[in-house]
Design a protein around this ligand. Structure first.
Ligand code: NAD
Length: 407
């Protein structure tokens, strides 16, 4: 099939490569000239997708990156994979999705199967995407949704072996989308409607959001009781059924887990409902950076005037993505406590208009938020190094969440 994938980021590029592995031809559309130029010269901007894969896809003639929507016309299937972030008020921002849908509507001249992989609230495909793509025309487009479950950097689960669900506005649309995904995914699960698929995605990530909130709150209670939370969680995780381990951390970050539950919350509000679980988990998760700064201040004898190096500013290990990273409020609170803060990240070169500082320097302490495998502390001046959780490779670090405060 001739596939067009709109958005060549974490999701779009992953699915483009998946479709190519399934024998399809892919036009990868992105409005960023930098992204397209990089891809055209065989350079991947996504961890887990090697340059060699992009280069060989281009060489095979089956992958064409482009900034032009015009070329999309004539595709058998279009996948939408554009961002669905929050706006500055923390509310769903569907403007990019709307703009992509309008652009598609203006270029598609024949009936096409359109599949959205962008995460949004139930009803988005039916009430927003379809009307914007259809516009005044009735070309009989078919619409389906297959919420993406990619976990960037996960070596165990990728496109092929992560089961995916597919719903459609019609059974015909859903079944055509199922056939497409079965060409490169081992397990594809049809569901009865687009709304079921959309809601399932939001619930998956809300489940994580709420459980992370629970364990973050629990870590604070354990801290107050001077009980090492990491040992408690390890002990609890020996139960072989009815328990799933989640880990406390400096906060919550990335494009999905802190964002998707708020899409569900906003949609629930349209029905006069509020999820108390989402509200309280949001409060707890967003309070963690400040709590961790307070712990650091306690453990290090105060932060005022101290030169602090924050190590690892992306939202998780091995990923350079800094969207919604908890490092941001953490650094903010450190500065509020009077610390003189620099940061270092071996895979993030620039962040918030600043560049990564070298490890060597006249620091009073370091605090490791994220330990990428590329992290090399050679050149460190020997001042105390704190971390959030304990790290098996660095027993000399002082983990703030499992340190037993003095009684
Ligand atoms: N990143 C993840 O781990 C992940 C996992 C599951 C689902 N999702 C969802 O997938 C969707 C895409 O997320 P992502 O992480 O791939 O985002 P991303 O920022 O990595 O990539 C999006 C790409 O779309 C491009 N773009 C923006 N507006 C465009 C437009 N109008 N036309 C064409 N291209 C445009 C951007 O330049 C960017 O390259 C979101 O809804 C997200 O919630 C993401």
């Amino acid at each position: 099939m001739r596939i067009s994938v709109i958005g060549q980021g974490y999701v779009g590029l992953t699915i483009s490569m998946g479709a190519i592995s399934g024998g399809h031809e892919v036009l990868g559309v992105d409005h960023s000239q930098t992204v397209i130029d990089g891809l055209k010269s065989g350079i991947s901007h996504i961890e887990g997708i090697p340059d060699s894969l992009i280069a060989s896809a281009i060489k095979s003639g089956r992958y064409s990156p482009s900034i032009s929507y015009e070329l999309v016309n004539g595709s058998d299937l279009v996948v939408i994979a554009v961002p669905t972030p929050l706006n500055s008020d923390g509310r769903p921002d569907l403007s990019i999705l709307k703009s992509a849908a309008k652009s598609l509507g203006s270029v598609l001249k024949k009936q096409t199967l359109i599949v959205s992989e962008s995460t949004s609230h139930p009803g988005t495909l039916r009430e927003l995407i379809k009307p914007l793509v259809d516009g005044e025309n009735n070309l009989g487009h078919m619409y389906a949704i297959s919420p993406e479950r990619v976990d960037p950097g996960n070596a165990k689960f990728g496109t092929r072996n992560t089961p995916r669900i597919v719903g459609g506005l019609t059974d015909e649309a859903r079944d055509a989308a199922v056939t497409f995904y079965r060409s490169f995914c081992d397990e594809v699960i049809p569901v009865s409607s687009a709304e079921v698929a959309e809601a399932a995605k939001l619930f998956e990530n809300t489940f994580r959001f709420v459980n992370i909130g629970l364990v973050n709150e629990f870590s604070q209670i354990m801290g107050a009781m001077a009980i090492p939370v990491d040992e408690v969680l390890k002990a609890a995780a020996t139960k072989p059924y009815g328990f799933m381990p989640f880990h406390p951390n400096v906060g919550i970050g990335g494009h999905c887990i802190p964002v998707d539950p708020l899409y569900l919350q906003a949609r629930a509000a349209e029905f006069g409902l509020t999820s108390k679980y989402i509200a309280v988990s949001e409060e707890i998760n967003h309070a963690m950076p400040k709590y961790m700064v307070e712990r650091l201040a306690d453990e290090s004898g105060g932060l005022k005037g101290k030169k602090v190096l924050v190590v690892g500013v992306s939202y998780k290990a091995e990923i350079a993505d800094t969207r919604e990273t908890p490092a941001e409020p953490f650094v903010h609170h450190l500065r509020e406590f009077g610390a003189d803060v620099s940061w270092h990240d071996p895979i993030v070169n620039s962040w918030n208009g600043e560049t990564s500082s070298p490890i060597s320097g006249d620091y009073d302490l370091a605090v490791v938020l994220v330990a990428h495998s590329a992290l090399n502390m050679e050149g460190w001046n020997g001042a105390p190094i704190f971390s959030i959780n304990s790290h098996p490779k660095f027993p000399e670090w002082k983990p703030l969440l499992s340190v037993q405060p003095e009684k």
